[in-house]
Design a protein around this ligand. Structure first.
Ligand code: OXD
Ligand code: MN
Length: 601
């Protein structure tokens, strides 16, 4: 399938919604002069525009309409096989000095980078339509909300931004006519989708993003990783708030007591599943609701942290999603969704490895080739994705749109670790919690190109997303803690610990409610915990394991702290901090020494 499509000519009344802000008009004009598109299409987010664009995308072979009965109003897109994940090696933070980008980012000098990118963008949109997509990130009445404009030559990007953000007139209105107002400039061009000409560049000081050569969501839906996290984290530090790679969920007890929890797990580690969790039967009366599944913007009010989800849709990993792992996600993607790089069945339905039911006898795989269960290739790409509106989620939290955000009682860090890390534990205080986040690690997944399954340190799950020096980011976390009079409690979880037989010890999915329950109990002041060198652990009787078929030996293993493994782990923490070249705050160095000392007590 193609993703580079020729220009489209809209009928009168579509594609001509110019904003009044002169700064936006001037910028669009500049990009137009450079990229020389056939025409400029100003999006307004209307239903009429939506239908026109869908129709064009199908005519141009960018989208395939799925079986209307099986997946109503939904479409399949196939990206270029060389373009299926985020490209961290071609992602740059372009600050005036290398120190500002810090040791964990690729840095590139702004003037040189602009010049290189402008060279690549020269006449790049010839014969194509240049779309201008106005959008807001955040609830319409939130003080945290930001305005962005994304220029793109991809109709797939426009249709995806329509799901992922609040797109159209709402942003034009919010920005108004003040030429000095804050807004993000985003330029995206597919160019010729050549990995050799693929760059995702951020200019935090200019609130600008330029992304070329890719059509993959994480690289080109500039609202998401680029604005909400990389530029967002830079603005957050400057303006005194937090932009984090975190899901946000609500937990309500049968007594109607409600807590909100934010959790940072690296990409493809089950944030969407956790955010949509259905408690097991034993927890009758408990309810989990979703505020967000990927990004949290948090501000301080009355000494507490309050979070909003800046997004309006879910861009999740498809393989492995099924009615056992995540029934609410299955319902969320059952209609009005875009699928990217999954298989197409002969009756126009979508299929992927791990979907419920038997595999089809024949399908067209994500590359567009014939596929049967005997094929050596996977039918769906391991990083195939769904794009679905939040309104589809049956457990969307009623306060999803609340401008001030929801109060956060607990923050959870977690990664994919086969060993060492127990199922869960709690930090002693905020500073110790920051240390847990800063030393987080996970086995890599298919969400980014590169080897899968290697342990890498991923502080606060922000390694690929922090838009400035990671040492300053740690300082920002410590500084926020000083301003909080009622800080959230901080926890660490690991659903992925394996036994000697190589099998997962914990069942995961809905049973993660048992872990959440202990966290909520702790937020409610329960003293059911045992002190250990790494933090507070639940005692065997503090975890509610009723009606769970699990061996007590497995539970012991899940909660075990192996001193030899931890010796190695602490050495790895030191190695990681040292590798950052002196930017780590002393406070975190001290925290490491404190953990090491507690092992000797
Ligand atoms: C994502 C990611 O797509 O983290 O959310 O890669
Ligand atoms: Mn993510």
């Amino acid at each position: 399938m193609k993703n580079i499509a020729p220009a489209i000519s809209p009928p009168a009344g579509i594609g001509d919604n110019k904003p009044v802000n002169q700064a936006v008009l001037d910028w669009v004009h500049e990009v137009e002069l450079l990229a020389k598109p056939e025409n400029v299409f100003w999006c307004d987010g209307s239903e009429r525009e939506h239908h026109f664009l869908l129709d064009q995308a199908m005519k141009q072979g960018v989208l395939i309409k799925l079986n209307e009965k099986k997946v109503p109003r939904s479409y399949l897109h196939r990206s270029n096989p060389n373009d299926v994940a985020r490209v961290e090696q071609f992602t740059f933070i372009c600050t005036p000095t290398k120190e500002e980008a810090g040791p964990t980012n690729n840095w590139s000098e702004p003037a040189e980078t602009y010049s290189k990118l402008h060279g690549l963008l020269k006449a790049a949109m010839q014969g194509r339509t240049m779309f201008v997509v106005p959008y807001i990130m955040g609830p319409p009445d939130s003080p945290l909300t930001k305005v962005g404009f994304e220029i793109t030559d991809s109709i797939y990007v426009v249709l995806s931004m329509r799901i992922m953000t609040r797109m159209g007139l709402i942003a034009v209105k919010r920005l108004g006519d003040d030429p000095a107002a804050e807004w993000n400039r985003g330029v995206h061009s597919l160019l010729d989708v050549d990995p050799a000409r693929r760059f995702i560049c951020h200019f935090p000081q200019d609130n600008t993003i330029i992304s070329v050569g890719s059509g993959y969501g994480g690289n080109v839906l500039l609202s998401k990783k680029c604005l909400a996290l990389r530029i967002g984290s830079y603005l957050a530090r400057k303006q005194g708030w937090m932009a984090e790679h975190m899901l946000i969920l609500g937990v309500e007890s049968p007594e109607d007591k409600k807590h909100y929890v934010a959790a940072a797990f690296p990409s493809a580690c089950g944030k969407t599943n956790f955010a949509m969790l259905i408690p097991p039967k034993h927890f009758a009366g408990w309810k989990v609701t979703t505020v967000g599944d990927d990004i949290a913007w948090m501000q301080i009010c009355d000494g507490r942290l309050f979070a909003v989800n800046p997004e309006n849709g879910y861009f999740g990993v498809v393989p492995g999603t099924n009615y056992r792992s995540n029934p609410n996600a299955m319902k969320s993607i059952a209609h009005d969704s875009l699928y990217t790089n999954v298989a197409l069945t002969d009756d126009g339905d979508v299929w992927w490895e791990g979907k419920d039911g038997p595999s089809p006898k024949h399908a067209i795989d994500w590359r567009g080739n014939d596929w049967t269960p005997d094929s050596k290739e996977k039918a769906a790409h391991p990083n195939s994705r769904f794009t679905a509106p939040v309104r589809n989620n049956p457990v969307l939290d009623p306060d999803f749109k609340k401008g001030d955000g929801v109060p956060i009682s607990a923050i959870i860090f977690g990664g994919r670790r086969s060993n060492t890390m127990p199922l869960l534990f709690q930090s002693f205080d905020w500073k110790h919690g920051v240390y847990l986040g800063a030393t987080m690690a996970s086995e890599t997944t298919a969400a980014a190109t590169g080897a899968v399954g290697q342990v890498r340190r991923d502080p606060m799950a922000m390694l690929p997303f922090c838009g400035y020096n990671i040492g300053d980011y740690f300082r920002h976390w410590l500084a926020i803690g000083k301003r909080l009079t009622k800080p959230p409690l901080i926890f660490n979880v690991n659903w992925f610990r394996k036994g000697e037989d190589g099998k997962f010890l914990w069942p995961g999915f809905g049973d993660n409610m048992r872990v959440l329950k202990w966290i909520i109990d702790r937020c409610e002041g329960s003293d059911g915990a045992l002190k250990s060198p790494i933090g507070w652990l639940p005692g065997l009787h503090d975890l509610d394991l009723a009606e769970l078929e699990i061996d007590h030996k497995c539970v012991d293993e899940l909660l075990e702290i192996d001193h030899e493994e931890w010796k190695k782990e602490l050495a790895e923490h030191k190695k990681f901090f040292d590798s950052l070249g002196g930017v780590v705050p002393d406070e975190l160095m001290k925290q490491r020494e404190k953990v090491a000392a507690r092992f000797k007590e």
